[in-house]
Write a protein that binds this ligand. Structure first.
Ligand code: NAD
Ligand code: LMR
Length: 324
């Protein structure tokens, strides 16, 4: 058995966490030989509910769980953590866009960025799930000047997974047959789920589907999937969001099987300027991720990649005062 690692999960009493924490505790994120110490953060009003969650974790008698910390102080929750899953924040309701949450949630991520800077392990890997995830990750990163910006990522893996299934179902294949699908840009309705580089069972995806289906059905369905779930469930996605968070952290820590989509600091690759957290195709190996270079970008893709970059720049401008 390895030494335990410390994992902070914020919003520990919320609906995503109710799935996420138990899967992490079961070993789904870091493997069956990796003991964990869970450090759960909530706001004071939700501490009683969080204590209920702690009681349930204890009642599972998980072999991998070595300790549980439940707190309303980010300085305690982030002490020495190796992994930080920043989920805690308000979800949107029907009729809202995720960026409508910017004002309500942005302050959370400046406070938490500072606490990560002061208390987390110097190698911490941070995933922001709380919306608008990309810009919240930027806020956290800018408030943590002693950590590398590359340690802050945001979640577009849910969009990636959604797109994989849409394409697999359309082509009558399984998600295991789909490779090199890319989600570019923001976790928002401007994201660009791109199948132009994608192969299904070894064949180019664009030869298997009609162009009209790709442009008028697939892209909007993936872009609007979060809203469709809110409409159907009366609450935003939770178990699928938790599954995507597990996939994101699992691959970052232990390596990915092929190309996956991660929102990471833009570094100029594919003409996307630095200063925003943008979803790219990456490969993960040995605890790091690397942008997959060399894809040819046609005019259709360029326009879509630009539109989602523009939105991220607008979001950044709206929170300039929180960027330190
Ligand atoms: P929820 O309301 O069920 O839970 C959120 C929890 O966060 C609550 O228990 C709340 O008390 C807590 N919280 C609020 N402020 C906090 C703070 N400062 N510190 C610690 N905890 C705090 O919401 P949910 O359904 O679990 O969703 C959480 C967030 O994740 C929302 O912003 C939602 O939009 C987002 N989300 C993102 C994705 C994605 O793909 N990136 C997917 C689904 C949901
Ligand atoms: C999702 O994509 O399901 C989440 O970001 C929740 C939402 O607001 O759509």
């Amino acid at each position: 058995m390895k030494d335990p690692v410390r994992i902070a999960i914020t919003g520990g009493a919320g609906q995503i966490s109710y799935s996420l924490i138990f899967r992490i505790a079961a070993g789904d994120m870091l493997g069956p030989d990796q003991p964990v110490i869970l450090q759960l953060l909530e706001i004071p009003q939700a501490m009683e509910a969080l204590n209920g969650v702690v009681m349930e974790i204890n009642d599972c008698a998980f072999p991998l769980v070595r300790d549980i910390v439940a707190t309303d102080d980010p300085n305690v929750a982030f002490k020495d953590i190796d992994y930080g899953l920043l989920v805690g924040s308000k979800p949107r309701g029907p009729g809202m866009e995720r960026k409508d949450l910017l004002e309500a949630n942005a302050a959370i991520f400046s406070v938490q960025g500072k606490a990560l800077n002061d208390h987390a392990s110097r190698d911490v890997k941070v995933l922001v799930v709380g919306n608008p995830a990309n810009t919240n990750a930027l806020i956290a990163s800018c408030n943590a000047p002693d950590l590398d910006a590359g340690q802050f990522t945001a979640m577009t893996r849910l969009d990636h997974n959604r797109a994989m299934t849409q394409l697999a179902q359309k082509t009558g294949r399984h998600v295991n047959d789909v490779e090199s699908l890319i989600v570019w840009g923001n976790h928002s309705a401007t994201q660009y789920p791109d199948i132009s580089q994608c192969r299904v069972d070894g064949k180019p995806a664009l030869e298997l589907v009609e162009r009209d289906w790709y442009e008028s059905d697939f892209i909007p369905t993936v872009q609007q999937r979060g809203a469709a779930i809110i409409k159907a469930r009366g609450a935003s996605s939770a178990a699928s969001a938790a599954a995507a968070a597990i996939d994101h952290m699992h691959d970052w820590a232990l390596g990915s099987d092929g190309i996956v989509s991660m929102s990471i600091p833009a570094d100029g690759s594919y003409g996307i300027e630095e200063g925003i957290i943008y979803s790219y195709p990456v490969r993960c190996k040995g605890g790091s991720y690397e942008i997959v270079q060399g894809f040819e970008i046609d005019a259709f893709s360029r326009e879509k990649m630009q539109a989602t970059e523009n939105e991220l720049r607008e979001e950044r401008a709206a929170v300039e005062h929180l960027l330190g």
